[in-house]
Design a protein around this ligand. Sequence first.
Ligand code: ADP
Ligand code: ADP
Length: 226
Amino acid sequence: MASLSLRGIYKRYPGGVVAVSDFTMNIKDKEFIILVGPSGCGKSTTLRMIAGLEEISEGELFIGDRLVNDVAPKDRDIAMVFQNYALYPHMTVFENMAFGLKLRKVPKDEIKKLVEEAAKILDIAHLLDRKPKALSGGQRQRVALGRAIVRDPQVFLLDEPLSNLDAKLRAQMRTELSKLHKKLGTTFIYVTHDQIEAMTMGDRIVVMKDGYIQQIDSPINLYENP
Ligand code: ADP
Ligand code: ADP
């Protein structure tokens, strides 16, 4: 029940920039969608509108059957993971992962259980008492993912989550993210600049240019008909 329908969506920033124009597509439940395109083509803006962090100027966004244009981010059942991890430096890994649940007034026992489960999936159970500065890049990225997973969202938005990692770790995390997608059974929308990520991870690739959708196709078709 986490299909998405984006219907004629526009984003006009104050000052006149049209960052996204007539973005229209249906995303199936559990689909892994990759968003690619040159810098400035509107990828982040699209994710931010889906997350509710940016107002939609025109058009309609449905999550399942629900029109969510005016629904607050925290009520959208969506989690977003950023490339810079956005961890709170003064909090431990446990506290970072627990934060969103605390805000939602989840009982403490339940928080502990959810954090420990997610930490196990991500292989960071031994790091729960550390502060972010005492973690490697890959570990930080896992914590950022963990913070999203504990909320059990229906939709995961990932904005270049691996771009700050070195090549070896990136290759490892690619595989792990694909596994995670299957395991969680959630819909993923994933922005990347990385050709290998685009070609190997997604069910469908959306190519954007100047705010428009230029092409939507499976990796294999895009590879053969670029
Ligand atoms: P991408 O993620 O593909 O690099 P963005 O969605 O960040 O693209 O940006 C799309 C366009 O919108 C760019 O021209 C960018 O300069 C502009 N833009 C992004 N954020 C803002 C903002 N807050 N105010 C005005 N213009 C913005
Ligand atoms: P408070 O709301 O009092 O500030 P905390 O956010 O410090 O509480 O902790 C919330 C709950 O999570 C507490 O029950 C605490 O025992 C538990 N907890 C905190 N850190 C860890 C950890 N590293 N591993 C397991 N449980 C933890």
